[in-house]
Design a protein around this ligand. Sequence first.
Ligand SMILES: [Zn+2]
Length: 253
Amino acid sequence: MKFTKRQIERYSRQIILKKIGVIGQKKLLKSSVLIVGAGGLGSPIAIYLTALGVGKIGIIDKDNIEISNLSRQIIFSTNDLKKNKSSIAINKLRKINPDIQFKSFNKKLTKKNINQIAKNYDLIVDGSDNFRTRFLINDYCLQNKKILVSGAISKFDGQVYTFNFSKKKSPCLRCFIPNMPVNPDIDNCEYEGVLGTLGGIVGTIQANEIIKEILGIGDTLCGYVLIIDGLKLTFRKVKLNKRSDCYCNEKKG
Ligand SMILES: [Zn+2]
């Protein structure tokens, strides 16, 4: 892969970084990320990954844009109402960076289709709004040793997890939340509310984790959970140990 003059200019502020350079930037352009959910988290995740040059991006979301989404799903505009989220998001992202190869999946992620969709991507970033999807992605990434960066927001709070399942020590989401909550399909933002900026804070940290995992730089959150209190503005990095009786241990024997 050879950079054009324009690409060198576009990515110059990253290429200048010793930890990235031309080699790192090429690595980003050769990487592929699937974003699950084009919502409050998916918006900043998609914008940043596109802008900074992740070469192949898939977005899956079956929902249409509703007016109540607009307070936090910053990739959408008022004139996008009733249209499909993943398609509209990609229309906007193409304008940000024409280098990127996009694919829109206008469907719900299920046990049946997850392999077909996710197998073409190296890393998965979870910005979904319900526990059923979060657990489904966790289990798929665990079985297929894919890197997963998961995020959640509710009220004024947020959490971020990074799981690198190629590392034996990596815990999984079930180590932290052993049982599926009683109502796994409920969108907490709808019932409990959420401050729009939390999507930006958590989603941007997720994008940052993805980039570090692709480049193999810095310390990722693998083995920890980041707990964010947006009101007190505290960021607590709490050790997340692999539970001996967890699904992730059983699967690895
Ligand atoms: Zn586990």
